[in-house]
Design a protein around this ligand. Structure first.
Ligand code: FMN
Length: 251
């Protein structure tokens, strides 16, 4: 069973390909099904060289119940990222240890970038995004082969200064930037409600205005999926793009 979290579709896409190749089931951690089989898979995006809060909470609060007393013989994780992941695997290994699970194999794969909320960060140009997706689809063949063989593996893109990113920058990012208080809408908002219906945490309310309710994991689905490009994060998203849907990349 593969449990995935996906803000904007990249990790869902990877989880579905892996499930197909491994002849396994996958489900969203937002509405998880009980565990079946013997291999546990986790697929999710890297956030600030670590895990999204919602994934940490899933492991801490829900995973043990879903596993019930079933025997798990192999645990793998595939993280998706735009650039690099620092020591996100160490954070994951520590989290899994709190529920007595090992991390047998961990992989990271490049996917189109979704982070746009700081100066200098924007979505990838189309050709860069397309290139990342096709390389990852190719790499998933060998990743899934290794998972099938139950190999112990750490095959990740840590990038430069991984310790500084995960253990110094990440706590600051989580403290100051994982918040919905800077979201606001522009005049192009039609109050269509797409943001509210898409939000994985049901954190958005649309009436005569759009209101974020304070329980945000920072996934930016609302920003990227807004059909009118009306959602802004402070002043930092001015002039930034929205991620193309993967269907349009793949088809
Ligand atoms: C809040 C946030 C933080 C991110 N942090 C990182 C990061 O530390 N390193 C990186 O390479 N990509 C980072 N990204 C980009 C995503 O990891 C990447 O685009 C991922 O594939 C998105 O997957 P999804 O579509 O399943 O949400 C971040 C994205 C968001 C929204």
């Amino acid at each position: 069973m593969i449990y995935f979290f996906s803000g904007t579709g990249n990790s869902r896409y990877v989880a579905e390909i892996a499930a197909g190749k491994l002849n396994d089931l996958c489900c969203d951690i937002v509405s998880p099904q009980p565990f079946c089989g013997e291999t546990l898979g986790l697929v999710f995006p890297v956030y600030a060289w670590g895990l999204p809060f919602v994934v940490e909470e899933f492991i801490e609060n829900q995973l043990a119940n879903l596993l019930s007393s079933k025997k798990v013989t192999y645990v793998f994780c595939i993280m998706t990222h735009g650039d690099d992941m620092g020591y996100a695997d160490n954070i994951l290994r520590k989290k899994l240890a709190t529920v007595n699970l090992p991390l047998s194999a961990v992989f990271s794969v490049f996917m189109p970038n979704t982070y746009v909320c700081l100066p200098g960060f924007d979505v990838d140009k189309d050709e860069v995004a397309d290139g990342k997706v096709s390389k990852t689809v190719e790499k998933l063949k060998s990743i899934c082969q290794q998972i099938e063989n139950k190999e112990e593996r750490v095959d990740v893109n840590r990038g430069a200064l991984p310790y500084t990113k995960t253990y110094i920058l990440r706590p600051l990012f989580n403290k100051f930037l994982v918040t919905d208080k800077y979201f606001h809408i522009s005049d192009s908002c039609t109050l269509c409600g797409a943001c509210a219906s898409q939000c994985p945490l049901k954190n958005i309310e649309v009436s005569d205005k759009v209101r974020w309710k304070g329980n945000c994991t920072g996934c930016l689905r609302c920003y990227h999926k807004c059909p009118n490009s009306a959602i802004k994060f402070g002043k930092f998203t001015e002039g930034k793009g929205q991620k193309k849907s993967l269907k349009s990349i793949v088809e």
